[in-house]
Design a protein around this ligand. Structure first.
Ligand SMILES: [Zn+2]
Length: 374
């Protein structure tokens, strides 16, 4: 899988955190159950990633505490009691699962199961329980390795809220078209079970550009795809953009310049990032990220070309703020241009949008496949 390990956050104006050491990412616990068996009660924890664990016994109140250093918890944080266990709850502050006991009981390793911590809890005499508590050692410990979660793809429908984006000759707003396209692409990618998908916005709301970038950075996304349908005189067809300090052509430069003003349209003042800082951010953008972004653009151009008309010189470059993540391979797709009446008509047809989302889902799939093998 691509992109393991939590990356330090680096959004616009967050340069200082770049030097912070990468934290090893602990596992995510995705499920827990307590099941009664004839002579024991079985605790099963489902784990994504690698997780160390250990169990201690405590008296007054009588408890078994399963320590799970650094674990993130997803799903229900409480467990209904079974057998000698009265109740269980995950204590996030201490990274531990606390099992309150109704009667003395001790853990034994359960049957090995990939991606799961399995602990069998058996009733014991009070004297034996007390002796284990007094010894003060871990009763049981281990490490489990579960499958990684599917990689995360962040889709970024441009504009929103007070910022309509481009407006077509019939009054169609770009913000609406790109949100529909993003939702369709999300459905398609999730149905293929190749990745998880998060949208920077799933409603008609204004999200500042830097925040869009940070959503992908913070969640350690594998890919970031921004969707637009802007206006550009004389332009028609789909096109794909990656980040470059110098634009590949005047049209791309103008597009980036207009896009980068989206924060103004949304009511924010321009981000207070000096040109120097912008240059530093750009030079920090890793070669690896650039290679990944370019590969995504090539795949998107190839797949879009199978389905819809393309703008000539389909892969272009410009300094889009929304593509400035130094860690996450990113591309901006112009699905078409609302300034062109034929594109405007096509973008409103569900069949045309289905072809776009099919092409982009194939590009994302191929990108993820080559990332996991290479
Ligand atoms: Zn746009």
């Amino acid at each position: 899988m691509p992109r393991l390990g939590r990356r330090p956050l680096l959004g616009l104006g967050l340069l200082a955190t770049f030097a912070a050491p990468s934290l090893a990412r602990a596992a995510t616990l995705t499920g827990a159950s307590l099941d009664p068996a004839r002579t024991r009660t079985r605790l099963t924890l489902a784990v994504e990633g690698e997780q160390r664990w250990s169990v201690r016994a405590q008296a007054d109140p009588m408890r078994l505490v399963i320590q799970l250093p650094g674990a993130a918890w997803r799903g229900t944080a409480t467990l209904a009691g079974r057998g000698p266990v009265r109740a269980g709850r995950f204590n996030a502050a201490e990274d531990e699962l606390v099992l309150d006991l109704a009667s003395p009981a001790l853990p034994m390793a359960g049957p090995a199961r990939a991606g799961h911590i399995v602990i069998d809890i058996t009733r014991v005499a009070a004297a034996r329980f007390d002796a284990v508590v007094r010894a003060g050692r871990n009763v049981l410990a281990g490490t489990v390795r579960g499958e990684r979660a599917l990689p995360l793809v962040v889709l970024d429908p441009g504009h929103g809220g007070r910022d309509p984006g481009a407006i077509g000759t019939t009054g169609v707003h770009e913000k609406r078209i790109v949100l529909q396209a993003a939702l369709e692409l999300k459905r398609r990618l999730e149905a293929a079970r190749i990745c998880r998908v998060v949208l920077t916005r799933s409603r008609d709301v204004f999200i500042p550009l830097a925040e869009r970038v940070e959503i992908a950075q913070r969640r350690d996304a594998a890919l970031f795809v921004s969707l637009h349908a802007d206006s550009a005189p004389g332009a028609r067809g789909a096109s794909v953009y990656t980040l470059s300090e110098t634009a590949s052509d005047a049209m791309s430069a103008a597009l980036a310049q207009r896009e980068n003003r989206a924060d103004l349209a949304g009511g924010l003042s321009l981000p207070s990032v000096s040109p120097d800082v912008q240059r530093i951010l750009l030079s920090l953008m890793r070669q690896e990220t650039r290679v990944g972004s370019n590969r995504l653009a090539r795949l998107a151009v190839r797949e879009l070309g199978e389905e819809v008309q393309l703008l000539p010189n389909t892969h272009r470059e410009a300094a889009f703020v929304v593509l400035k993540s130094p860690e996450v391979p990113s591309a901006l797709v112009e699905l078409g241009f609302l300034s062109d009446p034929r594109d405007e008509a096509a973008l409103q047809q569900p069949a045309h949008r289905a072809r776009l989302s099919l092409a982009l889902s194939r590009a994302v799939k191929q990108w993820l496949e080559s990332a996991s093998t290479g």
